[in-house]
Write a protein that binds this ligand. Structure first.
Ligand code: BTN
Length: 267
């Protein structure tokens, strides 16, 4: 059962509506103090949600990551939200999550963050540490949920439910920009503006390969692709194609790696 919004959620909604200004009507934002997963919450309501519906969860009890992993976010120190999109009929969705990654990096850079890069398919990294993750899901034809989790502030040791090994591989936005200048609702408003534009462009142009490759941290580097069963495929990352598949140069030629159930690491 979803818990009732607390004062913190209502406060956040007020600040978010102010930050969104006229655009607030487009997103009809809702803020929950707690839910299982903002992606799952929207998915359960996908039959009647309007295009553009936004859910911000101040706390997720079962945040979801790619490949069936959990997504941990430090309470009060992260931004976790999901956006509901009804793409025009026949929109080809492959590559969408990579286009969202580009939009997210552009948004954070417009706030002053520098040297952000993308690790295929859509992890946002700074100096090899993860700052944000994206999970795009399509619960039914014509319904897409774009979930984004961003580490805003380095979790305080005592208050954090972060597993230690994830903490070591993570970094927060407050290392890159001043949290005083950019409170969470402002960060979110900027991301949403970029996301909306990116989705419009995506429906017209599909994934713009060059835009993603410019930010790719592994371009022309040796990498390993790890299948879910743990097996490895080694090669050189030669970028992506317009479906978002990774082009892996191997002794057998270029292999097209689909993002579904694999992950990548430097070899
Ligand atoms: C990943 O890097 O594995 C993707 C992480 C996506 C996390 C976000 S947080 C908001 C939304 N709700 C979820 O349950 N997951 C996404």
């Amino acid at each position: 059962m979803d818990l009732v919004s607390t004062d913190a959620a209502e406060d956040f909604l007020l600040r978010l509506n102010a930050a969104l200004g006229d655009a607030a009507g487009d997103f009809q934002p809702q803020v929950l103090a707690e839910c299982d997963s903002s992606n799952a919450w929207l998915a359960r309501r996908a039959n009647y949600l309007p295009d553009g519906a936004l859910l911000v969860a101040l706390r997720q009890t079962a945040g979801r990551g790619r490949m069936g992993r959990s997504w941990f976010s430090a309470e009060n120190d992260s931004l976790t939200f999901s956006f509901f999109w009804r793409p025009p009929p026949a929109t080809q969705l492959s590559g969408l999550s990579l286009a969202v990654g580009v939009a997210l990096v552009d948004a954070l850079e417009s706030l002053g963050a520098r040297e952000l890069v993308l690790k295929w398919p859509n992890d946002v990294l700074w100096q090899d540490k993860k700052i944000a993750g994206i999970l795009v899901e399509a619960p039914a034809v014509g319904k897409v949920i774009i979930g984004i989790g961003i580490n805003l502030r380095s979790p305080k040791a005592a208050s954090s439910n972060f597993p230690e090994e994830i903490k070591e591989k993570s970094i927060a936005l407050d290392n890159l920009i001043s949290p005083a200048s950019y409170p969470p609702e402002k960060v979110l408003a900027v991301i949403l503006a970029n996301l909306r534009l990116a989705l419009k462009n995506f429906t017209q142009l599909g994934l713009v390969v060059e835009n993603w490759q410019k930010k790719c941290t592994h371009l022309d580097q040796r990498v390993s692709i790890i299948q879910q069963d743990g097996s490895l495929q080694n090669g050189i990352c030669r970028g992506i194609n317009s479906n978002g598949a990774l082009l892996l140069e191997t002794a057998q030629g270029i292999q097209h790696i689909l993002s579904g159930d694999v992950s990548l690491r430097t070899s």
